[in-house]
Design a protein around this ligand. Sequence first.
Ligand code: AMP
Ligand code: GLY
Length: 415
Amino acid sequence: MNVLLIGGGGREHALAWKISASPRLGKLHAIPGSDAIAGLAVCPPIEQSDSGAILAYALENKIDLAVIGPEEPLARGLGDELASAGIKVFGPSRKGAMLEASKQFAKEFMARHGLPTAGFQVLYEAGYARQRIKENRKYPLVIKADGLAAGKGVRICADEGEALRAVEDLMEKRMFGYSGSKLVMEEHLTGREASVMALVDGNSYLMLPVSRDHKRLRDGNEGPNTGGMGAVAPVRLEDNVLETVRTEVLDRFIAGIKKDGIPFRGVIYAGIMLTPSGPKVLEFNVRLGDPETQCLLPLLDGDILELLSACAEGRLAGKKAGASGACASVVLSARGYPDAPEKGREISGLDDLPEGALVFHSGTRKADGKFVTCGGRVLAVSCRAATPEEAREKVYAAVKKIRFDGMHFRTDIGL
Ligand code: AMP
Ligand code: GLY
């Protein structure tokens, strides 16, 4: 089976690593890939944004399965374009990707199909938004840009002043461009968070081990929100909570996409808040999480291509995702992340890691044969072990071996 992987971050490096271990693999290609992924896949000089060139390349290279990692090409409809040319695609249709690309679409989908989520209103215009905020009595209040904003379009507002500022920044100053043309105003929920990911083939789903991301930059959940500073899996949910997630979130999700006629073969990722009144969906992503993937894939025992192709072909029913042990992943970020990360620092220690330590590259490139930093999140180090405690110990022993100028990481992943 020839596989084309779209994307070039840490999630895709982990996917390339896991796919490479499959006995079904013919040749692996990645667009754009990265210098690290190039150790596992052919990376032609094609931009991720160039759908036409991607399609031509896929046809020329007899691609059997396309695996689309990031949200942006999904939201653009790359999956639909490849699928109409007869290529099997792991990744939802453009309409399915709206569940991530528009918070209004996602909230209305949840309301229509009875998925538990925070109460909300859509704000279409700044004057109206201000009026609704002035009428609001309960703080904190959550205000979100409707569209994609790389995880930065959510404001937890402590008072009216902050809420009004969110309207100004997101809707009037267009901090995230067109994404702020509508806002969603939402009830504030409290509780611990969990990342629930399931493979979906349009009719059935296969739940992956539950994981937990650590979004804030610094220990103790301090500092700004980031794309994710580390992850652990599995996160054990109580039986009744797990049951609610299955029946009220995933079963209703499947019923909803069928009723609405949304073609969906890929991953649904529900960001869940475990509130005192039960689990509620904070948001949907339509792809694997980053860094959750770097933590989940090492846990899976089976052949990933078997699962991905079953999903792309609508034959997921009855499949199992065998997983054992626990895994912890720690992200190493560059000085200045998330605002203005430094680049070009040489990375040392990658050849001297303890046995079993895995390193996935998010933001690196090769210069004179050596890896240097080239992004905010630079690497994720993952270790699998029998227990979460052992995984934590192993991963921090591995992290100690790696160095680059300005390297930062959280020391409390998994605590
Ligand atoms: P999102 O980009 O939608 O994943 O939101 C980023 C983060 O904002 C989430 O992981 C939560 O920590 C927080 N968040 C989003 N919606 C709410 C809400 N309704 N109540 C409390 N926190 C929220
Ligand atoms: N780790 C959060 C995300 O992938 O959106």
